[in-house]
Ligand binder design. Structure first.
Ligand code: AMP
Ligand code: ZN
Length: 110
């Protein structure tokens, strides 16, 4: 998507503090962190939100989940973190590109 900020980060056309990358996903630090560790795990392919993830692609869904776990391990927060995705504007989604917030530290989002 041309004007999508997360697609631009995936294409390296916009800056980001990248902490992890694999063939499906990119993880980078949130510019407005809500916890001591606040990383966004973003699909490289543009989906608007979780509802758009194809139901037939169980492998991708599984790889996303396992990659989030790997990011937590890499960040040294395994065993003490929260994962959150906002699905749609009504849920507070601001960037319409599927992403998972990985939060860890003393100050968690509710
Ligand atoms: P959401 O409400 O789930 O759509 O959250 C979007 C998140 O993306 C917010 O926490 C923002 O602070 C974060 N964000 C927006 N633009 C950028 C960016 N260029 N780099 C890193 N994080 C961003
Ligand atoms: Zn996008």
């Amino acid at each position: 998507m041309d004007n999508c900020i997360f697609c631009k980060i995936v294409r390296a056309e916009a800056p980001a503090d990248i902490v992890y990358e694999n063939e499906d996903l990119l993880a980078f630090r949130d510019i407005n962190p809500q916890a001591p560790t606040h990383v966004l795990v973003v699909t490289k392919k543009h989906f608007q939100h979780l509802d758009e993830l194809p139901a037939h692609d169980l492998q991708l869904a599984g790889r996303i989940l396992l990659s989030i776990k790997e990011v937590a391990q890499k960040l040294g927060v395994a065993g003490g973190y929260k994962v959150l995705t906002n699905c749609g504007e009504a849920a507070g989604q601001v960037v319409p590109h599927l992403h998972f917030h990985l939060l860890a530290g003393k100050k968690f989002l509710p």
